[in-house]
Design a protein around this ligand. Structure first.
Ligand SMILES: [Zn+2]
Length: 221
């Protein structure tokens, strides 16, 4: 029965398409894994490259990452955050409780990723993380990146992007190397609580401009 409900939840027309906040019902029925908190050894453990692209284990891991990201209202999630130490993460900038503006993107899967170039132009965006509940802080990172990775079908691709997508990719990529965003906060005096972030920063001009996605270019290998 739970399996059927989960399938229904995944099949909802608005599921992950960025058309609105996920409903409470959706969050209740969607199966998910527990996200570990900062300090958990899983966040600092070495992450292995995926070798068997056809395995059930990988399929389940990707499903768990997608479901948990959506259920927790996150725009990205890396495998070590659910205590699975593999080089896999997912992204999906869209409307969430912490974000209600800007271009959405489809759900993307990155396996054995490698960021191959960074722009010299940087941007400052307040970041948060499912492993660090309620805390947001300013982080400066390159505005554009190019990443090579394998998708969930084992096909190699290149993605060039900017704005929030480039930001989320860099944040999740750091998780694969044991780095938490709090280690990169540019000014610790500007750390804020979620409520303050939602009220004062989420919709600020600076946050929206830096998060704006203007380029998403993918190519196959
Ligand atoms: Zn994170």
């Amino acid at each position: 029965m739970n399996g059927i409900i989960a399938q229904l939840a995944r099949a909802l027309p608005c599921h992950g398409r960025g058309c609105g906040f996920e409903s409470r019902w959706f969050r209740q029925v969607m199966p998910s894994k527990k996200i570990v908190f900062i300090g958990d050894p899983a966040l600092k453990a070495k992450n292995s490259a995926v070798k068997n692209f056809g395995s059930k284990k990988l399929k389940n891991l990707i499903r768990d990452l997608k479901d948990t990201m959506k259920k927790e209202g996150l725009v990205g999630l890396a495998a070590p955050q659910i205590a699975e130490n593999y080089k896999v993460f997912v992204t999906q900038p869209r409307k969430t409780k912490a974000r209600d503006f800007g271009r959405a993107d489809r759900c993307r899967v990155y396996i054995n990723p490698n960021i191959v170039s960074y722009s010299k132009t940087v941007s400052l965006i307040y970041e948060g993380c499912g492993c660090v509940p309620d805390l947001f802080g300013p982080v400066i990172r390159p505005r554009e990146i190019k990443i090579d990775a394998f998708d969930e079908n084992g096909n190699r691709f290149s993605l060039f992007c900017d704005g929030l997508l480039a930001r989320v990719i860099q944040h999740e990529y750091d998780h694969l190397y044991g780095i938490e965003f709090v280690e990169k906060i540019s000014n610790y005096k500007k750390i804020v609580h979620r409520d303050y972030y939602i009220k004062n920063i989420r919709n600020s001009k600076a946050q929206n401009e830096a998060s704006l996605i203007t380029k998403i270019k993918t190519s196959k290998y």
